[in-house]
Design a protein around this ligand. Structure first.
Ligand code: HEC
Length: 317
């Protein structure tokens, strides 16, 4: 019956008529339709669950089990299965999605639309509201993306960009409590810091030169602590210093990464209190307490990539 091309659309159509309440009917009927209208009563429904860390954490578990394969860890639609779908999953971080009500998202998750299945059949009502809470964490929270404070030449921005990758390697190792991986990140991190030290300051203006020297000294100072840290705990303390110094340098001179760098703070990172870190993605991955510790985390700001020659000098905040 469903041999090939010719008969298939009719067969699907008939299936849709025969089983109006089922997911397959919704899929077949709406497949080509770009609008995905939500009944207004459904859209007005309020999320019965509070917006707190434990609900969000449960929603994350649901998301990682059921949604991540298509929508990706940060919600942008880059999951492993996404490229084989006939339709892109879209970008859940986009205001077009985030501006929809909780009720509307809940309804879409419940009813589905091909190739996304109707989760009304497989997830409980509570799980669906939880995952809606989690999806909200993809929204660009109200943080400012700052541009570099100084107009720095390529000779400063390039070595600073080179610092980012090994820094991030170490950050991820700490987030995973992986001492071996942390040690493995050190050689590249060391050579990136060497690259910073090698910059010829005589070619810079006095002001830029002395400010650069201060930045590099601060980074090197933190590196001394990291190199001789006897444990992951000790390393984290120095990593907080490295993060602060590197963040300040990226914000001052800029970088040439594709996308902004995101600056996070965890209020209970260390015994003495809050510490920050910088990462290239918007979903926090906490180097001090691991990714489970969502509740202490706040996104503070983004640091824009420098687009040479476009805007005038750094407008901040
Ligand atoms: C098989 C891949 C796949 C899986 C798994 C999947 N989705 Fe989707 N999702 C899609 C596709 C494709 C779309 C776009 C559908 C359309 O516009 O017709 C979509 C759309 C959505 C939308 C609507 C976005 C908009 O533009 O309004 C939401 C919300 C959503 N998905 C949430 C989820 C949640 C939550 C889960 C897990 C419980 C999930 N999805 C699982 C593929 C998937």
């Amino acid at each position: 019956m469903r041999s090939e091309r010719a008969g298939a659309p009719i067969a699907l159509f008939l299936t849709a008529l025969a089983l109006p309440g089922m997911a397959v009917g919704i899929h077949a009927a709406n497949h080509q339709d770009p609008e995905w209208d939500v009944p207004s009563r459904a859209a007005r429904k309020k999320n019965p669950l509070p917006e707190d860390a434990s609900v969000i954490a449960k929603g994350k578990v649901v998301y990682e089990a059921q949604c991540v394969s298509c929508h990706g860890t940060s919600g942008v639609g880059d999951g492993v299965a996404a490229k084989d779908l006939e339709k892109h999953p879209g970008d859940l971080t986009n205001p077009k999605v985030q501006d929809q009500s909780d009720g509307a998202l809940f309804w879409k998750i419940t009813t589905g639309r091909a190739p996304m299945t109707a989760f009304g059949d497989t997830l409980s009502v509570e799980e669906r509201w939880q995952v809606v809470r989690f999806i909200r964490t993809f929204a660009a929270s109200p943080f400012a993306v700052v541009s570099p404070e100084l107009e720095a030449p390529e000779s400063l921005r390039t070595p600073l960009t080179n610092l980012q990758r090994p820094y991030d390697q170490l950050r991820r190792a700490l987030a995973k409590d992986d001492q071996k991986a942390a040690a493995a990140a050190l050689p590249t991190l060391n050579s990136a810091v060497e690259g910073l030290k090698k910059v010829d300051v005589t070619k810079l203006s006095d002001k830029l030169g002395s400010s650069w020297k201060q930045s590099v000294d601060a980074i090197e100072k933190a590196m001394v602590g990291i190199r001789k840290a006897p444990s992951l705990e000790e390393m984290r303390v120095s990593f907080a210093g490295l993060s602060a110094a590197s963040e300040a340098a990226w914000a001052r001179y800029g970088h040439t990464m594709e996308s902004p760098l995101f600056v996070f703070e965890c209020s209970s990172a260390t015994k003495t209190g809050a510490a920050r870190w910088v990462q290239p993605t918007r979903e926090p991955d906490n180097p001090y307490l691991g990714s489970k510790a969502v509740s202490c985390v706040k996104l503070l700001r983004g640091i824009a990539a420098t687009r040479p020659k476009e805007e005038g000098s750094g407008e901040s905040r």
